[in-house]
Design a protein around this ligand. Structure first.
Ligand SMILES: Nc1ncnc2c1ncn2[C@@H]1O[C@H](COP(=O)(O)OP(=O)(O)OP(=O)(O)O)[C@@H](O)[C@H]1O
Ligand SMILES: [Mg+2]
Length: 461
């Protein structure tokens, strides 16, 4: 689509020359000879750029810019000014003009300026789109769950996001600590800058210091060049100190100082660096306990613990499981372009009973595997890893077989149960003994013997 330019000048010769020149350059150009006419044109269609004379008969170019922008806030403006009125041109820029040209001008200079202004608008627009994408990607809506526990997490995230307070995110592995950290950062005014993550547990202690604070050339063997650290990279944004419980006591002192004074010295430097960084820390350890054992500085703990957000393990918010299952089914079937597998209520119940030691990450991986391996299929217990079978055994222990006060005959109950399972497998496979034996993980001969011995043939229906 052609970009639209409105030329406003009461000197008809200039306006005409500009319209002709800019049309030839490929723009869609229109013109107006004074303010009111220009306003009318803005009401008729959306222009990308307005090139206006500063001195117009009825109202000034500055007023025109102001008024035009109320109609079209994204309008880019360039003013034309006579020699000697630069101060007014500067005034116009303060009121939202992108730049100015002094008359008389070369047409090519004007084209150049227009191209730059439009490029600027395009970049701004792109930036806005990216910002919006990031916001939706890391927005609150991506934290799935309706349990009271997750609602409380979301409430806190919402409340602290746009402040500069230090946040400490606590939770078992895979509960969504990084997800929450991102939601906080990308919903804060710091979101135009980066959130820089540091996994304190994964970087060896001797490297972590220079990773965090940077180092000077020659400050240690191997420091061939100076390097800036993650705190510096996060300037204006957020640093995410993940697994902070794994940090050595020596480095904890330096972190404490950054928290208190926003200052540090890069390794090998005597010069102090100042940064404006928000700190979000996370851990799956109990920092208070570590502090009691002398493995974590108590003063740092209190400094970090200004706003603690605890994400409960998945097994404590099982009502979120069906929603998460649905969410991940959608994500993985869409990204792999596969039909989602079907999970019936029994299956969901099994997933809700399982303890999920790896929390949401484990659930996410389970659903990804099912989507890829069983697209469009109905999932049965056999499709799940063995650890889920234990769930059912435990379920049976608790519910299906209450032992009455006068006792039961173990042999009879076990026999009955065995019969039921064999018949179920036979029914399911249309009495195909090979398939039934497979389902029961028996060899065919054993199954056939059992059917005979237990006289199960009479149950064929
Ligand atoms: N409530 C949730 N809604 C949607 N996705 C979630 C939720 N919680 C966690 N996830 C997803 O689960 C995965 C693990 O989350 P994340 O990496 O944030 O956990 P973590 O607590 O940082 O884990 P670790 O301690 O292992 O680093 C991610 O892919 C994340 O997007
Ligand atoms: Mg993490």
């Amino acid at each position: 689509m052609k970009e639209r330019i409105l030329v406003v000048d009461d000197e008809a010769v200039i306006a005409k020359a500009l319209v002709k020149h800019l049309s030839r350059e490929g723009y869609e150009v229109d013109s107006a000879s004074d303010g009111p006419e220009a306003i009318e044109k803005h009401k008729e269609k959306t222009f990308d750029l307005m090139l206006t004379d500063l001195k117009l008969p009825s109202f000034s170019g500055i007023d025109l810019i102001r008024e035009s922008k109320t109609i079209n806030p994204d309008l880019s403006c360039i003013v034309m000014t006579g020699y000697g009125s630069i101060t007014t041109a500067v005034e116009a820029m303060k009121n939202g003009a992108f730049h100015y040209v002094t008359k008389p001008f070369e047409l090519d200079d004007v084209s150049q300026l227009i191209a730059t202004a439009l490029e600027h608008v395009r970049l701004q627009e792109q930036n806005r789109i990216l910002q919006r994408q990031i916001k939706t990607r890391y927005g609150f809506e991506n934290i799935i769950g309706t349990s009271d526990e997750i609602k409380e997490v979301l409430r806190l995230v919402n409340q602290v996001a746009d402040t500069d307070s230090t946040v400490l995110i606590l939770g078992e592995s895979g509960t969504g600590k990084e997800l929450v950290a991102k939601a906080i950062h990308y919903n804060s005014r710091r979101s135009i800058k980066s959130m820089v993550p540091v996994n304190c547990g994964a970087i060896p202690e001797n490297l972590l210091e220079s990773e965090l604070f940077g180092h000077m050339k020659g400050s240690f063997t191997g420091a061939i060049n100076s390097k800036i650290g993650r705190f510096e990279m996060a300037n204006g944004g957020t640093i995410f100190l993940d697994e902070i419980g794994d940090m050595s006591l020596r480095l904890q002192v330096k972190i404490l100082r950054v928290l208190q004074e926003k200052k540090f010295e890069p390794v090998g430097s005597t010069k102090t660096t100042e940064v404006d960084v928000r700190i979000i820390a996370a851990t799956n350890q109990d920092l208070e306990k570590l502090a009691e054992k002398g493995q974590f500085r108590e003063d740092l703990f209190y400094r970090l613990n200004v706003i603690p957000i605890t994400i409960p393990p998945l097994r404590h918010r099982i009502c979120d499981i069906p929603l998460l299952v649905e969410h991940f089914l959608k994500i993985f079937s869409e990204s792999n372009k596969l039909p989602p597998p079907r999970l019936d209520d029994d299956m969901l119940e099994t997933l809700m009973k399982y303890k999920w030691p790896g929390n949401v990450r484990e659930l996410e991986n389970t659903i990804e595997r099912l989507t890829v391996l069983k697209p469009g299929k109905t999932i049965t217990l056999d499709d799940l890893p063995e650890k889920f079978l234990e769930v059912n055994t435990v379920m049976m222990r608790h519910s299906a077989f209450p032992i009455p006060d006068d006792g039961i005959s173990l042999k009879n109950v076990v026999d009955d149960f065995e019969n039921t399972l064999i018949l179920k497998a036979l029914d399911k496979t249309g009495w195909n003994k090979n398939k039934a034996a497979n389902l029961l993980k028996l060899n065919r001969t054993t199954l056939v013997e059992k059917i005979k011995k237990k006289q199960l043939e009479k149950h064929v229906n």
